[in-house]
Design a protein around this ligand. Structure first.
Ligand SMILES: Nc1nc2c(c(=O)[nH]1)N[C@H]1C(S)=C(S)[C@@H](COP(=O)(O)OP(=O)(O)OC[C@H]3O[C@@H](n4cnc5c(=O)[nH]c(N)nc54)[C@H](O)[C@@H]3O)O[C@H]1N2
Ligand SMILES: Nc1nc2c(c(=O)[nH]1)N[C@H]1C(S)=C(S)[C@@H](COP(=O)(O)OP(=O)(O)OC[C@H]3O[C@@H](n4cnc5c(=O)[nH]c(N)nc54)[C@H](O)[C@@H]3O)O[C@H]1N2
Ligand code: SF4
Ligand SMILES: [Mo]
Length: 637
C-alpha cells in the first residue's frame, strides 16, 4: 500500500466548480473532501462532488473503445476505432457533402478546458454546419437575448451577489442546483449574507423550494406566467420614474419602443394570471428601485418554460434601464482574462450565421436546437444528417420527444458516443469511445473564467489527480485523432486559430497538425501563458487565485458588441413576439388545468449519475411526480 497523497483540485460536475482535496493511494482516489482554503468555495461542496470517486471508479466506466456487432459490444483498439470511423466519414462526406456529419455536445463539456474547443474545431474541420448542443435545452434564450441586446451570446450579465441589496431569483433553486450560466460556489452562504446585511432575497417560484425555505422570502407564481410578472415589473418601474435617463440616453437605443411594449400590463391586470398580488409586486419594485445595487436573475424554470426569451429580455432591460446593469451590486458583465467575446466577434468565428435546413432556424452560438435533430436525420434531401458524434451528452433522454429521436438515431449510418459510460444514447451507437473523467485531466475553469461568468473571479490550475486509466483519453486528443482519421484538419475556427496563434507566438509547437500530439497539460500551459496567468504562477496557489474583481463600469461604453456599441433595448423580433402575449394572456386567464413543473434533486444529476449504486444515498431509480393533496383530490388516480 502506498502512502496516501492529497491534491487540491476542483469539482467539474456542475457550474459551481467547488474546491476539493483529493486523497489518492496509488491510482485510486480514496477520498474527496471540501477544500476550506479554496478562494471561492471556502469549504463548500455538495454530496455529488464529495462522492464522485464512486462514479469515477464505477465498474460501468468505459475503459476501451467499443464497437457494436449485431446486438453485442466488442472491445476494439483505438487504431481500429479511428480507422473505421474515419473511413465511414470520408465515404459519407464524399458522397453527400460535409453536412452529412453532425455533432452534439453535452453539458459536461462546459467543465473541461478544451472539450468544446476541440469539438468545435473538429466540426469546423469537417466543414459541417450541423452542430447541436445541450444548451438548446436549457439556456438558448439567454444566448439569443444577449446576442440581440449586447451583440454577443456570451455577454451575460450575472448578479453581483456579494454586493447586492436585493436579488429576485426567478425559476431557480440554488440550494439544490447552484444556479446556471454563472459560476457561484457557496450560493446559499452568499444569499444568506445578503439578508444578514439587511438586503432582500426573493424566490419567485411555483414551489416553496429548499432555497425559499432557507433564505429570504418566497413569492408564489403560476407556472409559465413569469413574462406577465416581468412586463408588470417594468411597467411599474416606468410609472414610478425608476429609469436612469442619463444611462439610457448615453448607452442604449429603443427605449420608447420598449416602453410601448409594457404600457398595457399594469400589475392589477396581470395578477389574475400570475397569482402575484399587484400590491406585492409594487412593493417589490419600490424596494428594487430604492436599493443601491439590485438585480433580477432567472434560470431554468424560466429558460425552459414558455416565453423564455421574452422573459429574459424583460429581466435584462429592467436591470439596464434602472441603472443596475454594469453597476456594483446589480448585474455585471465581467471582463475575462482574454477578451474572448471581442476576439470571436472580430474574427467572425465560433458564433455562426447559418440557418437550419429544417425549419429555417437561426444559429445561436454556432449551434441549432437539438429538438431539430430527429427531423434533420429523417428528412431526405441535400444536407440530410447521416452520421452523428455525441460527446458528453445523452440527447435520447435530455431532449424533448426523446422516443422520436431514438428512432431517428437508428436510421444513422454512423453514431459515435464519447463518454464516461455507455448511456441510453449509446444504446443506438455503432462505436463508443472512452473519455477521461475530470479526476484524470489537468484543467482550469476555462469556460466560466474566460467568458466572465464568475461571481467572484478566480482561476485555479489542477493537475490530473490520477493518470487516465486503461485506454481513456482526453477529448482534445480524441477530436484531433478523429480529424486526422477523417482526412480533415482541426479548425479553421476561433479555438484552432487562437491556438495556432498561441503556438506560433511561443514558437514551441509548429502548428495545428501536431495538436494531436499535445496533451491537455501542454495546451493549457500555452493558453494560460498567453492569458498572462502562467501555470508556474498558478501552481504556487493550489487553492486558486483571485482575479481582479471590478465592480461595474467596465461594460457600457466599452465592451458592448452591437454595431453601434449601444444596448438594443427593443429588438424588432422581440417587440413583434411581445404583441402575441395578448392572446396567450387570454388563454392563461381561462386555463384552469394543472401544469407540470420541473424539480431537481440533490443526489441526481441531469440524465446521468444514476447507474452507480454507491454514488450517493437516495432513491435514484425513479422520477417521482409530486402533487399537492388539494390538487390531487377529485382527479383520476
Ligand atoms: N443536484 C443537481 N444539481 C444540478 C443539476 C441536477 O440535475 N441536479 N443540473 C445542473 C444543470 S445542467 C443546471 S442547468 C442547473 C439548473 O439550476 P436551476 O435552474 O436552479 O434548476 P432547478 O433546481 O430545477 O430550479 C428550477 C426552478 O424553477 C421552478 N419553476 C418551474 N417552472 C417555473 C415557472 O414557470 N416559473 C418560475 N418562476 N419558476 C419555475 C422550479 O420549481 C424549480 O425550483 O442545475 C445544475 N445543478
Ligand atoms: N431527462 C432530463 N432531461 C434534461 C435534464 C434533466 O435533468 N433530465 N436537464 C436539462 C438540462 S438543464 C441540460 S443542461 C440538458 C443536458 O443534456 P445532456 O448534456 O445531453 O445530458 P446529460 O445528462 O448532462 O449527459 C451528460 C453525459 O456526459 C457524460 N459525461 C460526464 N462527464 C464527462 C466527461 O468529462 N467527458 C465526456 N465525454 N462525457 C462525460 C455523462 O456520463 C452523460 O452521459 O438536459 C436537459 N434535459
Ligand atoms: S455543487 Fe456539488 S456538483 Fe457542483 S461543483 Fe460543487 S461539489 Fe461539484
Ligand atoms: Mo443545464
Amino acid at each position: 500500500m502506498r502512502e496516501p497523497t492529497t491534491t487540491p483540485t476542483f469539482c467539474r460536475i456542475c457550474e459551481a466548480g467547488c474546491g476539493l482535496l483529493a486523497t489518492t493511494e496509488g491510482d485510486r482516489v480514496v477520498r474527496l473532501d471540501p477544500d476550506k482554503d479554496h478562494v471561492a468555495s471556502q469549504g463548500f461542496a455538495c454530496v455529488k462532488g464529495l462522492k464522485f470517486a464512486n462514479l469515477h471508479h464505477s465498474p460501468d466506466r468505459l475503459d476501451h473503445p467499443m464497437k457494436r456487432v449485431g446486438d453485442r459490444w466488442e472491445r476494439i483498439g483505438w487504431d481500429q476505432a479511428l480507422a473505421e470511423i474515419g473511413a465511414k466519414v470520408r465515404a459519407l462526406r464524399a458522397e453527400h457533402g460535409p453536412d452529412a456529419v453532425a455533432g452534439y455536445l453535452g453539458n459536461p463539456a462546459a467543465f473541461g478546458a478544451f472539450h468544446a474547443l476541440a469539438f468545435n474545431a473538429f466540426l469546423e474541420g469537417l466543414g459541417t454546419t450541423q452542430s447541436y448542443s445541450s444548451a438548446s435545452q436549457d439556456l438558448t434564450n439567454k444566448y439569443l437575448v444577449a446576442k440581440r441586446l449586447y451583440g454577443h451570446e456570451l455577454l451575460q450579465p450575472i448578479p453581483d451577489l456579494d454586493r447586492t441589496d436585493l436579488v429576485v431569483l426567478i425559476g431557480t433553486n440554488p440550494a439544490i442546483s447552484q444556479m446556471s450560466v454563472v459560476q457561484v460556489p457557496r450560493a446559499m452562504a452568499r444569499l444568506e449574507a445578503v439578508v444578514d446585511r439587511g438586503g432582500r432575497v426573493v424566490s419567485l417560484n411555483p414551489r416553496r423550494t429548499e432555497t425559499a425555505r432557507a433564505v429570504g422570502e418566497h413569492l408564489f407564481i403560476r407556472p409559465g406566467t413569469d413574462v406577465f410578472f416581468l412586463a408588470s415589473f417594468l411597467h411599474v418601474v416606468l410609472a414610478e420614474g425608476g429609469v436612469d435617463h442619463d444611462l439610457v440616453g448615453a448607452h442604449t437605443t429603443g427605449f420608447d419602443d420598449l416602453a410601448a411594449v409594457v404600457a398595457d400590463w399594469p400589475p392589477e391586470r396581470t395578477e389574475a394570471v400570475t397569482g402575484v398580488a399587484a400590491a406585492e409586486l409594487r412593493g417589490l419594485v419600490a424596494d428594487y428601485l430604492a436599493a443601491d445595487g439590485a438585480s433580477l436573475y432567472c434560470s431554468t424554470g424560466v429558460n425552459m418554460g414558455p416565453h423564455g426569451t421574452l422573459a429574459y429580455w424583460l429581466i435584462n432591460v429592467v436591470n439596464a434601464v434602472t441603472g443596475n446593469l454594469d453597476h456594483a451590486g446589480g448585474a455585471l458583465v465581467r471582463t475575462p482574462p482574454l477578451d474572448f467575446q471581442k476576439a470571436s466577434k472580430a474574427l467572425g468565428l465560433g458564433v455562426g450565421t447559418a440557418r437550419s435546413r429544417v425549419g429555417d432556424f437561426e444559429m445561436i452560438l454556432g449551434t441549432f436546437p437539438a429538438s431539430l435533430l430527429a427531423d434533420e436525420i429523417t428528412t431526405p434531401g441535400p444536407g440530410q444528417v447521416r452520421a452523428l458524434f455525441v460527446s458528453a451528452g445523452n440527447p435520447v433522454l435530455s431532449v424533448g420527444n426523446g422516443d422520436r429521436l431514438a428512432a431517428a438515431l437508428d436510421e444513422l449510418e454512423l453514431l459515435v458516443s464519447i463518454d464516461l459510460f455507455r448511456n441510453e444514447t449509446a444504446d443506438h451507437a455503432h462505436y463508443v469511445l472512452p473519455a477521461c473523467s475530470w479526476l484524470e485531466r489537468p484543467d482550469v475553469p476555462l469556460v466560466h473564467a474566460f467568458a466572465g461568468l464568475q461571481v467572484d473571479p478566480w482561476l485555479q490550475y489542477t493537475e490530473a489527480v490520477v493518470p487516465p486509466a486503461a485506454e481513456r483519453r482526453e477529448e482534445s486528443w480524441i477530436f484531433a485523432r478523429l480529424a486526422e482519421a477523417c482526412g480533415v484538419g482541426l479548425g479553421p475556427g476561433w479555438p484552432a486559430r487562437g491556438l495556432t496563434w498561441a503556438l506560433g507566438r511561443l514558437r514551441r509547437v509548429p502548428g495545428l497538425g501536431r495538436l494531436a500530439e499535445v496533451s491537455d497539460a501542454r495546451l493549457l500551459a500555452l493558453v494560460l501563458e498567453v492569458a498572462r496567468h502562467p501555470v508556474r504562477r498558478l501552481r504556487r496557489h493550489p487553492h486558486g487565485v483571485r482575479l481582479p474583481d471590478v465592480a461595474g463600469g467596465e461594460f457600457l461604453g466599452s465592451r458592448v458588441l452591437t454595431d453601434d456599441g449601444r444596448v438594443h433595448l427593443a429588438p424588432a423580433d422581440f417587440v413583434t413576439a411581445a404583441a402575441g402575449l395578448e392572446a396567450d394572456f387570454e388563454a392563461e386567464r381561462t386555463d384552469g388545468g394543472l401544469r407540470l413543473i420541473t424539480r431537481r434533486e440533490r443526489h441526481s444529476h441531469n440524465t446521468w449519475t444514476h447507474n452507480a449504486e454507491p454514488f450517493v444515498g437516495g432513491d435514484r431509480t425513479t422520477n417521482r411526480l409530486h402533487v399537492g393533496a388539494d390538487d390531487a383530490a377529485g382527479r383520476p388516480g
